[in-house]
Each structure stands twice: as C-alpha cells, then as structure tokens.
Design a protein around this ligand. Structure first.
Ligand SMILES: [Zn+2]
Length: 254
C-alpha cells in the first residue's frame, strides 16, 4: 500500500539576536542577524512524529533567549496533543533540542548511539562541547533509557512508514536528519545539520561544530535525500516563516 504523504509543520517557540560570526564559519564581521527556534511535526493522518523538543522557559531565559511559548501550545494549534505523541526524534542533545521530554509521557525518543556515547564520554566536559549541553537534560536522557523509553539508532532507520532518520554527524557526533515522504517528493528536516538555508545552499558550516569535514558530508546527504532544495527545512532560519505556507502565528506548513 502506498504511503500517505506527510504534512510537515515548523513551530517557532523562541527567538534571539545573534551575529554572522556565530552562524557562518570564517565570518569575522560580527554583523547582527536573528535566530529562531523550532520544533517540527510530521503527520499524515495515521502517524504523527515530532522532531526535537525545544528548551524549557527556565533554561531559555537563563541563556538569554526570548521564549515565545511552550512547544506544547504551538503543537496544540496544529492538532498535535503532546500527551498522545508516540514517536519523538531527537536530532541531537544540544539544550535547544532536548529540553521538553517531560511534555511527552507516552513517547519513545529516537537517538543515535554516537550521540549518547559522546556526551557520556571523555570529551563531553570540554568547554567547546559542554557549553551547548544542559547536564540535567542529559541525565534525563539516561534515566529515560533505563525506563526503556529511548530507541537507539546506529546510522539509518525507518521510524514509521515514510519517515526515516539518517546519521550525519558534523554539528555533533550523533547529529541525525529526517527524511519524510511528502506530496512533492522526499523532504528533509535538517535540524542543525543546516541551521540556515545559507549553510547548505552555500556550503558554509555553522560555527558550533564537532567534526568539520562531516558537516560538508551532511550538506551532501541533505541534498542527496531531498527531491529538491526547496524540500529542505533548516534548523533555525527565520526565513522558514517567509518561504513556507503560514498556518498560524509562527507556524508554517510544507
Ligand atoms: Zn539548535
């Protein structure tokens, strides 16, 4: 039976001002720009998958981010009840992608082996890596594992029919992206494998990274999986809200 195509929603939950030097490798201008924070929902009527969790208001406020609403509220606007979601893909363990696990009491969380190994391993506490982690969130992931709530992937796997994860690394050791069967072909939720459209379009890495060559490999993987470049969703780009169809306040549909 053919897979019913998915609608893909980007739900903005937070915002901050940043600089070009933070976002584009080799940029020393420090020009002002903006960063949005999203979670994503994929739904085709029979299956619903949420990609990433966002940070909590307390963590966001402590880190100087402008918290706009709980991801729970944004997802509710498109008919996704967080309590009934069964599948959550965690693209990586940075604080802005893994904080709201408690909103999803009935979900299995899909993570890459290499992400858990790295952030429980010898290099995790080095400043460059530790900066992007909330240790409490990481401990929560470990607890969820012992509760049987994590599903580990080593590489690629289909999560539900039409939705697969693919390990790319680069930004973090276990960074994974998501391919989605869309009415116009195969779409890719790139999350932080490409923070902005410009990162993958012009092959410029983001400036927070784990493995620079693998970032370029991730750009290649995004392009090879996506049926066309306009079926790629970057992780933090405010332009997403302009390029896609608006269905709510800070919510767009692909
Ligand atoms: Zn991020």
């Amino acid at each position: 039976m053919a897979i019913a195509p998915y609608r893909i929603y980007a739900v903005r939950y937070a915002h901050r001002k940043c600089t070009t030097s933070e976002c584009f490798y080799g940029d020393y201008r420090g020009a002002p720009m903006a960063m949005d924070y999203f979670v994503w929902a994929l739904t085709n009527g029979s299956e619903t998958v949420v990609v990433d969790l966002g940070f909590t208001e307390s963590v966001g406020t402590r880190r100087g981010r402008q918290f706009l609403r709980s991801p729970e509220k944004g997802l509710a606007e498109i008919g996704v009840d967080v309590r009934s979601v069964k599948h959550v893909i965690v693209s990586h363990f940075h604080y802005d992608h893994v904080g709201n696990y408690a909103l999803f009491p009935n979900a299995t969380f899909y993570v890459q082996d290499s992400e858990m190994a790295f952030y429980t391993g010898r290099n995790a506490s080095l400043g460059a890596f530790r900066h992007s982690i909330e240790v409490d969130d990481l401990c929560a992931m470990i607890r969820l594992n012992y509760e049987g709530r994590l599903s580990f992937v080593d590489g690629a796997r289909e999560i539900v029919p039409g939705v697969s994860v693919h390990h790319v690394g680069g930004h973090t050791a276990g960074m994974q992206i998501v391919s989605v069967a869309h009415a116009r072909g195969q779409a890719v939720v790139a999350s932080d494998a490409s923070h902005y459209y410009r990162n993958f379009e012009e092959r410029i890495p983001f400036n927070t990274l784990h493995d620079l060559p693998r970032i370029y490999g991730a750009f290649d993987k995004i392009r090879s999986l996506a049926s066309s470049p306009d079926l790629v969703l970057p992780g933090h780009d405010p332009l997403v809200l302009d390029r896609l169809k608006k269905v709510g306040d800070g919510i767009v549909e692909m």
